[in-house]
Design a protein around this ligand. Structure first.
Ligand SMILES: [Zn+2]
Length: 59
């Protein structure tokens, strides 16, 4: 069983010679982001607001 090319570890598409083992520069950057600690991660709204109890300051 011989594979002509690898598959992109990010999106599982056939890898491109230019960006092997990725399919595109975008996926390469996504993988790079993983290595750098999620610098390229897409921000989500999972984070709760940092401040929430500021109203209590009023006397
Ligand atoms: Zn890809």
């Amino acid at each position: 069983m011989t594979r002509p090319s690898k598959t992109c570890p990010i999106c599982k598409k056939p890898a491109d010679k230019e960006y092997t083992p990725f399919c595109s520069n975008r996926c390469a950057e996504v993988d790079l982001g993983h290595w750098l600690g999620g610098r390229y991660r897409i921000p989500t709204s999972e984070r709760p607001a940092p401040l929430a109890a500021n109203d209590e300051d009023e006397d």
